[in-house]
Design a protein around this ligand. Structure first.
Ligand SMILES: Cc1ncc(COP(=O)(O)O)c(C=O)c1O
Length: 464
């Protein structure tokens, strides 16, 4: 039997965290299985050339994250998918840990990154380049930030170069910037039939006509997109090929090629929102790889690292970059360089990859909880997504369900929030699992949802 031993070569950061993350990764890829026994701490310390104390801390961290269970002296084992140990509320939290359980906000799990932020700020304090962050930046900001951004995007399959990347204040700002650059008042903007809700307000303010395009189980329908292009003068499509909100669908590579082919045929520009794209350890290459001349690829650090950094990245073809730069200048002049500096440092020194790994592991653990608690119900989800889409049984109308859940202290959003045309609203609710700071509230909230689903006697025709 081979003894589990992580490969820490070329990895930077505190060793105990690297080991804890490697445990999570090995569970995710199946090389560690439920009830597998971890090596004795002293042996692992010897193999890795580390102190016993470091390995003890690593195991303690892995236990805290719900990967392992064990007691000192009696061995440490991989946990099953059963109930997870409760994480304590991270200190300094601003998200409430009392009051209604909020499943409406699609934010990453809190609790990691504060120590890294303190260390990065301390390094910056001693840097002779600090004052540079007090100045306006010209031509799209510091080259080092664009280099870091391109390096961050490349593992997704994008052949990104620094001069093709534009920084924004998060993906929401990137979306505004893209629409300012690519559409004119009165233009038709195509979206998936269910879409990111703020696009509706953006379109209203920019005087764009929204036109929903049908989806199927694989996501946006190429045939429906083709029809929409033929029957309208649409120039731009906004879509979410990876971990679509609210349905959690990720388009396959084949589907992406089909969508790209339609876009090329009609010279349709695409805004590809990939804000969740760093969560799945493996995912198909971006749509931008299949239609590079048509696509503005848009992402941010909000879901994979921390939303408060407000750092977003746009990757665009040459023909659109001037207009995108101009839209950034118009809307905010430039994203604050201090925030870009923090994100860039994290990308270049490996901190970003570790924090992203934490989000993956936490998302996975919470999705497992949801799968167990909501088993037997029509749940659409991705094992690494932050949200799930719950199609309601016939005896519940979505709005009545939302209200009943709220009466029991659980907040969810109904299908209506995400549709352009109200009549298209599916009888379903979106449940965001990662905003709540502690897992026991997630469990509690899901159990309330499961209890409601099992209730009968809520025929739709009684609902007003
Ligand atoms: C699909 C989607 N796109 C964009 C955004 C905005 O992200 P950011 O926080 O980077 O502005 C969000 C945030 O919830 C989102 O869910």
């Amino acid at each position: 039997m081979t003894i589990w031993c992580p490969d820490l070569d070329h990895k930077t950061g505190p060793k105990y965290l690297l080991i804890a993350e490697a445990i999570g990764q090995s569970i995710a890829d199946g090389s560690l299985k439920e009830r597998d026994r971890l090596p004795v701490q002293r042996d692992l310390a010897y193999r890795l050339g580390l102190s016993l104390n470091t390995v003890s801390r690593a195991y303690a961290e892995a236990i805290k994250r719900g990967f392992l269970h064990g007691e000192v002296g009696r061995g440490t084992y991989v946990r099953g998918a059963g109930p997870m140990p409760l994480r304590d509320a991270p200190s300094g939290m601003v998200r409430p840990t009392s009051g209604p359980i909020d499943f409406t906000l699609n934010l990453p799990a809190p609790g990691e990154g504060a120590a890294e932020l303190a260390a990065t700020l301390a390094d910056l304090q001693g840097s002779d380049k600090l004052a540079a962050h007090l100045d306006y930046q010209t031509d799209g900001g510091a080259p080092r930030h664009a280099e870091a951004a391109a390096a961050w995007l490349r593992p997704l399959g994008l052949d990104a170069h620094a001069d093709e990347v534009i920084l924004a204040n998060g993906a929401q700002h990137g979306l505004l910037v893209s629409l300012l650059a690519m559409a004119r008042p009165g233009d038709v903007l195509l979206t998936e039939a269910m879409t990111y809700a703020p696009i509706k307000a953006l379109a209203r303010h920019l005087d764009l006509k929204l036109m929903p395009v049908a989806m199927d189980d694989g996501g946006l329908s190429p045939a429906a997109l083709d029809d929409a292009c033929r029957n309208s003068a649409a120039k731009v499509l906004y879509c979410m090929p990876t971990l679509h909100t609210p349905t959690a669908i990720t388009m396959t590579e084949v589907r992406r090629r089909e969508i790209a082919a339609v876009a090329k045929r009609h010279d349709l520009l695409i805004i590809e929102d990939d804000v969740f794209g760093f969560l799945p350890p493996e995912r198909p290459r971006p749509l931008a790889c299949h239609a590079p001349e048509q696509t503005v690829f848009l992402t941010s650090v909000s879901k994979c690292l921390a939303p408060g950094l407000r750092v977003g990245f746009l990757h665009a073809p040459d023909r659109l970059r001037r207009a995108l730069h101009a839209a950034v200048n118009l809307s905010c002049w430039m994203p604050p360089s201090l925030m870009a500096e923090i994100a860039s440092t994290w990308i270049m020194d490996g901190t970003a990859q570790r924090l992203n790994q934490f989000q993956r592991s936490e998302a996975r653990a919470r999705q497992q909880l949801a799968r167990r608690i909501l088993s037997g119900h029509d749940v659409r989800a991705d094992p690494h997504g932050l949200h799930l889409w719950l199609v309601l049984p016939k005896h519940w109308w979505a709005d009545a369900f939302r209200a009943a859940a709220e009466r029991q202290g659980v907040k969810v959003l109904t299908g209506e929030t995400f549709v352009i045309t109200q009549a298209d609203a599916p009888n379903a609710v979106r449940i965001c699992l990662s905003h709540e700071p502690v897992r026991d509230r997630v469990i509690q909230g899901l159990e309330i949802i499961a209890g409601l689903l099992d209730e009968t006697g809520h025929p739709g025709d009684l609902v007003v």
